[in-house]
Design a protein. Structure first.
Length: 107
């Protein structure tokens, strides 16, 4: 298990114990995190799993592939340097304690 803190648009915090190997998106859905829609189920076809990673955590993340960057251009919320698609980030011990901000809109 890896502890992830989600910060919702209204600044409420939710701590989730994610299962190693699942994606951050899957952990969010399992925990009913508001604002992670994941309409394509992780198929890299929707951008409704957009999140902002904490700047301090960016170095511990897997690199972003070109397809993820392309799909992020479709995100409803403004992009930031720390924008990622949460379905593309696999949970593992290196992510222990990461902070994930949920955008205010996904559609
Ligand atoms: Fe659709 Fe991530 S769930 S791109």
């Amino acid at each position: 298990m890896t502890r992830i803190t989600f910060i919702l648009p209204d600044e409420r915090e939710r701590e989730v114990d994610a299962i190693d190997g699942e994606s951050i998106m899957q952990a969010a859905l399992r925990a009913n995190i508001d604002g992670i829609l994941a309409e394509c189920g992780g198929g890299l076809m929707c951008a409704t799993c957009h999140v902002y990673m904490d700047a301090a955590d960016v170095a511990s993340l897997p690199p972003q592939h070109a397809d993820e960057a392309d799909m992020l251009e479709s995100a409803a919320a403004p992009l930031r340097p720390s924008s990622r698609l949460s379905c593309q980030i696999a949970v593992g011990p290196t992510l222990e304690g990461v902070v994930v901000r949920v955008p205010s809109v996904q559609l």
